[in-house]
Design a protein around this ligand. Structure first.
Ligand SMILES: [Zn+2]
Length: 341
């Protein structure tokens, strides 16, 4: 669904159709800062990358300011969105906590605005920005309610409800990885126990694979591969065995899908999305992952049999979703504010 702000013809005092111009998206990762000039249709016109000066907020501000200046040269830009891992406050201006870049309560928007006058600047969580891009231009387009789970080392999340990105009252909504599925279960990096991140992530897939290898039987090929690799399994080995149709590796993937399906049933009971989108490295398994998720979802959904079945699909925008989403969110923010000249 196209947000209502983007269908109108909001114009600046100079008569420019503000929402038909490009915006800039910046994605601050742990090792690279990516910046892009993005069209209103989500197309990337220009993409630049710089190393992240991690741990030095002043240097990061410098890198972002320079990227925005380079990308906006000669363009009619009204908005720039910045995405970063961590907790961003509900007003999209303060980075409360960013683990990768060692920030605590950094008034990032004000620092950028002071050096980039005339631009409407917003800050978003990186998973939210990537999820928004998927909603607007990828697997979630055409719906109003989408939940995205990114299955990497951990489990990331983004929620769009009624056509809006769900940020929550304090800005920290959408942390699906920390939905508890097992009371008193596996310890999680967040300090709690039993979060879905411990049962539905790439790391969990490794644990299940090791357990199956230890048990013998269908785990023979996993055990042999582990021995040949110096006693440890890794994602590439498991992906290879899955591709070869090995029963042990497929059983590990099914276990992962079963847990994710249970989490989706709980999410479905609360948010009722039309589509669940799965991104991240493990989602490359496609239907081999989606089928067990769907089966488990249907088995665990409250009042099952009486609920239309949502779509389960994989993400379409694999690379650069963060910059595209950050730019689009910034454009929408500028439109809601009625926009500076
Ligand atoms: Zn957790």
């Amino acid at each position: 669904m196209v947000p209502p702000e983007l269908t109108g013809g909001i114009r600046s005092r100079r008569g420019i159709r503000l929402l038909r111009v490009h915006a800039i998206g910046i994605d601050i990762g742990g090792t690279k800062v990516a910046g892009a000039l993005v069209t209103e249709a989500g197309g990337i016109l220009r993409l630049e990358r710089r190393p992240t000066p991690a741990g030095d907020p002043d240097a990061i501000v410098d890198v972002v300011v320079r990227l925005v200046q380079e990308l906006s040269a000669g363009q009619e830009i009204v908005a720039a969105g910045v995405a970063a891992a961590g907790f961003i406050d509900a007003t999209q201006s303060i980075v409360y906590y960013a683990p990768n870049i060692n920030w605590r309560s950094e008034p990032f928007r004000d620092r950028l605005s002071a050096r980039l006058p005339g631009l409407d600047i917003t800050i978003d969580n990186d998973a939210n920005a990537a999820g928004w891009a998927e909603y607007r231009f990828g697997a979630g387009r055409g719906t109003t309610d989408m939940t995205m789970l990114t299955i990497g080392t951990g489990v990331g999340g983004a929620i769009v409800t009624d056509g809006r990105l769900l940020r929550g009252g304090f800005g920290a909504a959408g942390e699906i990885g920390h939905l508890r599925v097992v009371p008193g279960g596996h310890p999680c990096g967040c300090g709690q126990k039993g979060c879905i991140e411990q049962y539905g992530s790439g790391r969990a897939l490794l644990r299940f694979s090791n357990e199956i290898a230890d048990a013998g039987g269908i785990g023979q090929a996993l055990a042999q591969a582990r021995e040949a690799n110096g006693g440890t399994l890794d994602g590439a080995i498991i992906a290879g065995l899955i591709q070869d149709g090995d029963v042990g590796a497929l059983a590990a993937l099914r276990e992962l899908g079963d847990w994710l399906g249970q989490a989706c049933a709980s999410i479905g009971a609360v948010l009722d999305p039309q589509v669940f989108v799965f991104g991240g490295g493990v989602a490359i398994a496609g239907d081999l992952l989606l089928d067990p998720i769907r089966e488990s979802f249907l088995a665990h959904l409250p009042a099952r049999g009486f609920h239309p079945e949502p779509l389960f699909t994989v993400a379409e925008l694999v690379n650069d979703a963060g910059v595209v989403g950050a730019a689009d969110l910034a454009r929408i923010h500028a439109a809601r504010r009625g926009l500076p000249e």
